[in-house]
Design a protein around this ligand. Structure first.
Ligand code: HMG
Length: 394
């Protein structure tokens, strides 16, 4: 049985800041953020946006793209590290707002940026095992990445959600059974219970990411067996890496090709990785959704025909757990993802001034306790709280 992605959906906040502007405000050469980190624009969520609203919009797009009704979903999982409650899962809010039936397994997964991948691969096994009985799993990766103003991590923030509909009709990507996993207890990035902002040992986190890539790649090779020739990664028509910022994908690819024995590890970068960065470069880090936005970017912007070709995906979550897995692109996948007009979705956003961005960042600190503002507006929105309950407008 083939199992994999039937459709996907993407949601991003309606506003962004140009990183060149932020660099100027921080007294840093714009080249450091734009070329040095490989990010041009960073998503900034307004006060009525949270992990739930992003997840709902992405989930709705994935269902509509597949022509599925909410009743077709038998498992709903939200992978997130920026949940809105210590007990009630984001997935339950999403279930209510999307109108998903009561006959559905609903829960949340967490392992930093790997949480969505954990959910996806479990969902694929659920379908493979025959437990789905014709239903789909809706896996949504949704996060707001936040380090705070004037921190080294500031230019690597972002926000967004990517929803993945998983079934035995993989019209986008049929997942291979082979995967390579690597987990190690490290303190590279975390967010204490008392803090809205992540804490990070930035340069060490890069080392941890690359160590995990190496471990997962070796494990994948043991699982998938020998390639016909060297370099091993030439078995892939494209490689999609977790993208906390664009430059990290370049570092990852350089490391992987060096492991392959490639003396010119950067030469294959544009061919194998370039197209996956077009959308992430304009949004920043989505945490759980980052690698899946890179996958959407590859499918929508690559000029290479990818039909029936194998691609590799590397998911990294700080703390840490990582997995390298692969899949075969379905014949109509590129046309289907292009039809979502994701580039236009990014173009419709509003540019913020640095002052507006800073004001929004400060105001977001109190949004979990904000009294609900129920004045009319459009679309799914977070309104605030009443009696300690979060309220949403559909
Ligand atoms: P930093 O110390 O401010 O920056 O922090 P830097 O000095 O390392 O410079 C960055 C790059 O810009 C360097 O390039 C410079 O050479 C270059 P590199 O040597 O790395 O190739 N540069 C310039 N380029 C052009 N023109 C210039 C210029 N000046 C300098 N004028 C750091 C950077 C990424 C560490 C920081 O932003 C940070 O801590 N970010 C957050 C942590 C992070 O994203 N880590 C990534 C790996 S861990 C991960 O991916 C997991 C994560 O997503 C969380 C999760 O799992 O949930 C984060």
């Amino acid at each position: 049985m083939k199992v994999g992605l039937e459709s996907l959906g993407v949601a991003v906040p309606p506003a962004y800041i140009e990183l060149a502007l932020l660099a100027e405000a921080r007294g840093v050469a714009p080249g450091k953020y734009v070329e040095g980190l490989g990010v041009t624009r960073m998503a900034v969520p307004p006060l009525d946006e949270d992990t739930v609203t992003l997840a709902v919009r992405a989930g709705r797009m994935a269902l509509e793209a597949a022509g599925c009704s909410p009743d077709d979903v038998g498992m709903l999982v939200v992978g997130t590290e920026t949940a809105v409650d210590h007990s009630k899962p984001v997935a339950s809010f999403v279930q209510g707002l999307l109108g998903i039936s009561t006959r559905c397994r609903v829960f949340e997964t967490k392992h930093a940026c790997y949480g969505g991948t954990a959910a996806l691969l479990l969902a694929a096994d659920w379908v493979r095992a025959g437990s789905a009985k014709g239903k789909r799993a809706l896996v949504i990766c949704s996060d707001i990445a936040r380090y705070g103003l004037n921190t080294p991590g500031e230019p690597t923030q972002g926000a967004g959600a990517v929803a993945l509909l998983v079934s035995d009709q993989p019209k986008l990507l049929a997942l291979d059974a082979d995967t390579g996993v690597y987990a190690k207890d490290v303190m590279d990035f975390w967010r204490p219970l008392y803090s809205k902002d992540a804490v990070v040992d930035g340069h060490y986190s890069v080392t941890c990411y690359l160590d995990a890539l190496e471990g997962a790649y070796r494990a994948y090779q043991e699982s998938a067996g020998d390639a016909d020739g060297k370099p091993y990664s030439d078995r892939f028509a494209a490689l999609v890496y977790h993208v906390p910022y664009g430059k990290m994908s370049r570092k990852a690819h350089r490391h992987l090709r060096t492991l392959d024995g490639d003396a010119e590890p950067d030469e294959s970068f544009d061919r194998l990785v370039g197209a996956s960065l077009t959308l992430p470069r304009q949004v920043g880090n989505l945490y759980t959704g980052s690698m899946y936005l890179a996958l959407a970017s590859l499918l929508t912007t690559s000029t290479e025909p990818l039909a029936n070709r194998r691609i590799g995906l590397f998911s990294y979550g700080s703390g840490s757990c990582a997995e390298l897995y692969s899949g075969v692109v379905a014949p109509e996948a590129q046309a289907r993802v292009k039809a979502l007009n994701l580039e236009a979705l990014l173009e419709r956003r509003r540019a913020l001034t640095v002052a507006e961005y800073e004001e929004t960042m400060r105001a977001r600190e109190g949004i979990d306790e904000r009294p609900a503002d129920e004045s009319p507006g459009e679309g799914v929105r977070y309104l605030g709280t009443r009696d300690h309950r979060r309220l949403y407008a559909r």
